[in-house]
Design a binder for this molecule. Structure first.
Ligand SMILES: *Cc1c(COP(=O)(O)O)cnc(C)c1O
Length: 387
């Protein structure tokens, strides 16, 4: 039996996988079981920020692996403490809760918001306003936070306490906050799964101000946008706002599972022992790798991310067969005249891996993708789109 057959027989039927098995890689190149080479513009959905088998990250992981692989949160551990320190020093946030995924990081943010509402406004103030077309995760509660009906169909009853406003419509947020007892607003600054669209700056600053006036929290879900992806260390830094809670995951671990919920000054002391926890959260190996990743996302790298982003936008905007290009940094959505699925399949044949977001082709290349590989892959992509 082939691996594909074994997978089809034994893996739960929740994924519509591409007919491709990846076995190894180096940097932005990955290989299938027949040795065919691909330029990877998907990075495992914005996870392998420095590509595959990055030397620095690998050394950090191996060194920690030689010491201790897991401690539990009953004890102190260096990688976890140092990573939290680095995150706080680089963002101005005050404390970090570590978990293992984006959904868990958001669960913690939702707990923080409910606890904030309860302590400051009364226990009936538990509703969180999220945006239509958002994506916040796959647990029942983060699905409920996700403002897309398609995600709500299967698993009713959903967790209560979420209402949805159209993106970039501040009046709808104001109306919802009048008709519901709210503790927070939760947003993605660039909606990823929803189609790679960035929120307007004026809207975000009006939202930040309104949330403050109403004594609610501003939660920014940076699970996908964080860790250099949009050309800033965290996307909120480009929006000139100070969120109360920032969640991140995907790119933080460089390929290992990790989630982080960063708590700002208004909420830093909200949690007490026993109020949240995780067996694997803050795992020393994941944290050691993440610390290497985070330290290397410096101004020089971010400048390169912005330059590569400009290159992609200039190549594709107005190109034949391209209807629109959206997103920010190296998180880009391309609306094509052709069907996105057909573009993805043809690119794969020609050795370029791109993925999908709604009806768009989505690009999430490694932050350090060499310019020559980027040029080569964008040339192929343009040819496929234009045919
Ligand atoms: C991927 C994603 C999540 C969920 O992360 P998981 O690690 O799959 O749980 C949540 N929010 C956003 C914005 C995401 O892109």
């Amino acid at each position: 039996m082939s691996i594909i057959d074994i997978d089809k027989q034994y893996i739960a039927n929740t994924y519509a996988r591409f007919p491709l098995q990846l076995v190894k890689g180096k940097g932005s190149l990955v290989y299938d079981e027949n040795g065919k080479e691909y330029i990877d513009l998907g990075t495992g959905i914005a996870v392998n920020g420095f590509g595959v088998a990055d030397e620095g990250w690998k050394q950090a992981v191996i060194q920690q692996l030689d010491k201790i692989q897991h401690t539990s949160n009953l004890y102190y551990s260096e990688p976890c403490a140092l990573l939290a320190q680095e995150l706080c020093q680089r963002t101005g946030m005050k404390k970090v809760f570590f978990s293992n995924s984006g959904a868990e990081a958001n669960e913690c943010a939702i707990k923080a918001a409910r606890q904030y509402g309860r302590e400051n406004k009364g226990k009936e103030y538990y509703t969180i306003i999220t945006l239509k077309n958002s994506f916040h995760g796959r647990t029942i509660t983060t699905l409920s936070a996700t403002g897309q009906d398609v995600f709500h169909d299967y698993f009713t009853p959903m967790t209560e306490g979420f209402v949805y406003a159209a993106a970039n419509d501040i009046d709808e947020v104001k109306t919802l906050s009048k008709t519901n007892k709210c503790c927070a607003v939760m947003i993605e600054l660039v909606q990823g799964e929803g189609g790679v669209t960035a929120l307007d700056k004026e809207y975000v600053s009006a939202l930040a101000q309104f949330v403050r006036e109403e004594d609610m929290l501003l939660i920014v879900d940076e699970v996908q946008t964080g860790n250099g992806r949009t050309g800033a260390l965290y996307a909120y830094m480009d929006y000139c706002i100070s969120p109360d809670v920032v969640t991140t995951a995907k790119g933080l671990g460089g390929g290992l599972p990790i989630g982080a919920t960063m708590l700002g000054q208004r909420v830093e002391n909200l949690f007490l022992p026993g109020m949240n926890g995780s067996t694997f959260g803050g795992n020393p190996i994941a944290c050691a790798g993440a610390l290497d990743i985070l330290r290397r996302i410096d101004e020089k790298l971010l400048e390169e991310v912005r330059e590569k982003s400009d290159y992609i936008f200039s190549q594709l905007s107005g190109a034949k067969g391209v209807k629109s290009v959206s997103g920010k940094g190296l998180m880009i959505g391309i609306e094509c005249e052709k069907d996105a699925g057909a573009v993805i399949a043809e690119c794969m044949k020609r050795g370029v891996l791109v993925i999908k977001a709604k009806h768009k082709v989505r690009l999430l290349p490694a932050l350090n993708i060499p310019m020559e590989l980027l040029e080569k892959s964008i040339k192929t992509l343009k040819e496929v789109i234009e045919e």
